[in-house]
Design a protein around this ligand. Structure first.
Ligand code: CO
Length: 140
């Protein structure tokens, strides 16, 4: 059995902040969460050429993303893959420390330094080519 050693202070308290889902029709996607789970959608936001609706489920959120313009990252994702899971966002205690650990371990970063994402959060994305094919987002 393999054993893993965590760098000091990194990731031990990480949790899933949200799961980003790429959708073609926001209203259709919202219906399940509203009508079955009883979750009221937050007001629409815009970031990175995407229109975003957050659905708050306790400590975790679902982020529904659709393309406000087809050349945006979400527009390209939808064209290439169709609707589906777009990214997973992990909340970490110290975003800078997590990014430093990523750099040290050779992960390919999309954002070298944190920037503002939806809902004013500080975020940074890791490229899926170095994270098992899944686009990962870190937030502080
Ligand atoms: Co996100």
């Amino acid at each position: 059995m393999m054993s893993f050693v965590l760098p000091p202070g990194v990731a031990a308290t990480a949790r899933i902040a949200h799961i980003g889902l790429a959708v073609r029709d926001l209203d259709a996607a919202i219906a399940f969460y509203r009508d079955v789970l009883g979750v009221a959608p937050e007001p629409q936001e815009s970031a990175d050429g995407a229109t975003i609706v957050r659905l708050v489920l306790g400590e975790t959120e679902i982020e529904l993303l659709t393309a406000a313009d087809t050349t945006s990252p979400i527009g390209k994702f939808l064209a290439r893959h169709g609707p589906g899971i777009h990214h997973i966002c992990f909340k970490v205690d110290d975003l800078e420390a997590a990014l430093a650990a990523c750099r040290k371990a050779g992960y390919r970063l999309i954002d070298d330094v944190p920037r503002r994402g939806a809902h004013g959060r500080r975020i940074a994305f890791l490229h899926p080519s170095s994270t098992a094919g899944i686009l990962l987002e870190l937030t502080g």
